[in-house]
Design a binder for this molecule. Sequence first.
Ligand code: SUO
Ligand code: CP
Length: 326
Amino acid sequence: MKQFTSIHDVENVEALIEKALFFKQNPIHSYLGERKVLGMVFFNPSLRTRMSTQKAAYNLGMDVIALNAGADGWAIETKDGVIMDGDKPEHINEAVQIMSSYCDLLAVRTFAGLQNRLADYSEAILTKFIQLSKVPILSLESATLHPLQSLTDMMTIRELDIKKPKVVLTWAPHPKALPQAVPNSFLQWVTKSDAEVVVTHPEGYELDIQFSQDCKIEYDQNKALEGADIVYAKNWSSYSAYGHILSTDRSWTVTKEKMALTNNASFMHCLPLRRNMIATDEVVNDSVVINQAGNRVWAAQAVLNELLNYEKENQNINEQGRFAYR
Ligand SMILES: NCCC[C@H](NC(=O)CCC(=O)O)C(=O)O
Ligand SMILES: NC(=O)OP(=O)(O)O
């Protein structure tokens, strides 16, 4: 695998899930990463992605450099052709080339701005990283996708060992406008599995058809939850009225009563989760979210291992002593 920015970068999804499950049982198995550096650049906050990916890198023998752009690093201008007389002293055109010259793999977190759908869905910043980096790029959640989370989710669902599970992705209320990256990405992965997938949300929250086309859409949340084996809750802002909050209807909060409609379903969420908005305390306390978040380490380790493997197999070192991967 020469980069990891979506499911489309993965040649064998099944093998990657198996690899993640393998690393959970055998954390210290490969030292493929010895004397290699993972750079992680964050344009947005993170708890799980940052710590789990760092841990995964350590398990493979890698060293890690993490930078919070604009906090412990210079604020980075990401647009071309602007007069840089504002508060961003560094331009992405230099920054990515330089950061990638210090690292063997470069990872980036860059959320949707939710102002301009075209810009977000063109993945402008992630694309800049891919174009400018000398080394393979790994997404730590981009404007429209969160593949490390989705791989983790598939691994977590696999552990539940349910044949043809009914998986319900439900919208839930939230006080802030959030990106569509997690639900988009989840649908991209889960629809490739043997699951029956139902998406439920208020009208106006339809996701981009490219992600939802293989799912059933059910506007009645209670009806959707009937017989569910897995309930995956998430808030997202509107895709059609781009970035807007159309509803904060608390009747969509996942409660114990709603979970009673299911087939004793496991409750999943990527976290962070606003309790008693997305789901009640009881539902969260009785869920698989801690195991799910724990699995982030093994998913990241599987991905890093594949990227390092690709590098090793293509040992045509360039004149800088680095692997020329493009
Ligand atoms: N990385 C997992 C989710 C990240 C982000 N959530 C958030 O920004 C939550 C912020 C808050 O609750 O205020 C999202 O939905 O894409
Ligand atoms: N689920 C997830 O990506 O968590 P963080 O935002 O804390 O990394």
